[in-house]
Design a protein around this ligand. Sequence first.
Ligand SMILES: Cc1cc2nc3c(=O)[nH]c(=O)nc-3n(C[C@H](O)[C@H](O)[C@H](O)COP(=O)(O)O)c2cc1C
Length: 328
Amino acid sequence: MFIWKKIRPFFRSFYRLLNAFNGFFYDFKRFFYYSGWKENLKDNQVRNYNSAMVYHGLEKSLSYKKRNPNSGWSNAEKILHRLSVANEKGELGYHDKAAKDVLFQFLNLPENKSLDKSKQMLSELDKMDFQSNDLHGALQYSINNYKKGILETPEDFFLSRYSLREFSKEVVPNNTIERAVQLAMKTPSVCNRQAWHVFHSSEQEVIQKALSYQSGNRPFGKEVKNLMIITTDLKAFFAGSEHYQHWIDGGMMSMSIIYALHSLGVASCPLNWSQTPKADKALREALKIENNQTVIMMIAVGYPEKANIVCRSSRRPFHEVFSKLELR
Ligand SMILES: Cc1cc2nc3c(=O)[nH]c(=O)nc-3n(C[C@H](O)[C@H](O)[C@H](O)COP(=O)(O)O)c2cc1C
């Protein structure tokens, strides 16, 4: 008995390592099967994300005050290739259309317009009968526009958000949920790929099924009236070094949603999805979430009551999390 007490912590730690390995292997398998590493441009979603990555390079080039007049051609050629695949397939996504617009602007730059290669590429674009309904490329953006973001007392906004676990009985209407997600869609993402997806339900049967796989919602989960599941599409990630990017982009989107809800007077509680492969698979069997979507977290959403009790969740001393960046 005494020996067991001594060696138990070792077994517990080793079990954690094994679990982590299981998780890494599961994530690797998911990256292998569902990410865009093969760069199959015939897959509509893969091509769209990939086009975003490429045309965003051109957008950046268009936005520099002193741009190098010779830059951008390799991206321009890549865009044209992706556009011809899209055009041939006849399946056009948002980023395909945006890519055409950005390439058109690039080819019409004063330094490019009269070049033979521009004329040739423009005539190729001319044969493609589609266009974007949105604006792309670069934008003049004054300091006054930036100043619109200044809050008189930012502390009021940031420090008044608390995770709430017991909400009022009122269901948050769809238009409020949608407005919050639309606000949150301004979240930055790698190359503006915007690989997130937000699943929402206010149906008790769906909510309770989803929450039954998540352990952190006990005991308040049974009263949750609105639930979101935030996912990121693995198809948007190509390079091996991007194997964690979906967690980052999805995490940022999740935070924006929480702040957007807060700005609309709606409270929330993030619910972790640091789960075992078994739980992740079980959730996918129960809910319509495509395999290429990585579940980032769930968010319980609802209105606060007049009087609430929340965890203080006090923050660590500032100096523990902030220091000067220095050279070694
Ligand atoms: C990714 C993530 C997962 C979380 N998961 C849970 C959870 O499963 N259950 C829960 O009650 N709270 C959960 N929380 C809420 C945290 O406990 C809470 O954010 C933290 O204590 C800070 O408190 P505050 O949000 O009120 O500032 C989670 C938070 C994050 C960011």
